[in-house]
Write a protein that binds this ligand. Structure first.
Ligand code: COA
Length: 157
């Protein structure tokens, strides 16, 4: 498998990132919001292109807006690259560059793939928030920025 890396996104990457974003289910009215969200993250230097070798395969928005802890706002991989453990690699890369002690993120209860990816990467459940998406609570997760892989392996056995 190609080496997975992160590169800070620039204006030139906007269309590519929006393309990945629009690959997940959407309603017509949210697509404009998506463009604005990516543009803002690029401007604030919190958007990273996920590279496999030299090929863009997704993007992640990462900042410190959540109680000054590392916060993964959004990660989207190209459909063909999902389910191959790449998400876990990106969590590790973010952990390496994180200036805070912990990484936090959240996902809808309906997003079982993200939950599996988080559990595999050593994240713990932190709690849930209702009232955002009707009938689909937001589940919060966290982990230390760097993991002792031996502990993770032991935990799995
Ligand atoms: C969520 C996402 C970032 C996870 O990254 P990933 O590299 O695909 O994660 P992994 O390869 O570690 O796979 C996660 C697990 O989900 C499982 N899985 C694969 N397809 C699945 C599906 N359709 N439904 C549920 N689980 C699925 C995989 O088997 C894997 O579990 P396993 O290794 O125990 O078998 C990526 O799938 C993605 O971009 N999804 C679309 C966008 C999204 O939902 N982003 C998160 C928003 S909060």
């Amino acid at each position: 498998m190609d080496v997975i890396r992160l590169r800070k996104a620039s204006d030139k990457d906007k269309a590519v990132a929006v393309g990945f974003y629009n690959s997940i289910e959407q309603e017509e009215e949210v697509s404009l919001y998506r463009e604005e969200k990516i543009a803002k993250a690029i401007l604030e230097e919190t958007c990273y292109i996920i590279l496999a070798g030299h090929r863009a395969i997704g993007f992640v928005i990462f900042d410190y807006r959540f109680f000054d802890q590392g916060w993964i706002e959004l990660m989207i991989l190209d459909e063909a690259c999902r389910g191959k453990g790449i998400g876990g690699k990106v969590f590790d890369l973010l952990g390496e560059q994180c200036r805070a002690e912990k990484l936090f993120t959240s996902t809808n209860r309906s997003n079982t793939r993200m939950q599996k990816a988080l559990a595999k990467a050593g994240f713990s459940f932190a709690g849930q928030l209702t009232g955002l998406d009707e009938g689909d609570p937001e589940l919060f997760y966290y982990r230390l920025r760097l993991l002792d892989k031996r502990v993770l392996m032991d935990g799995r056995d």
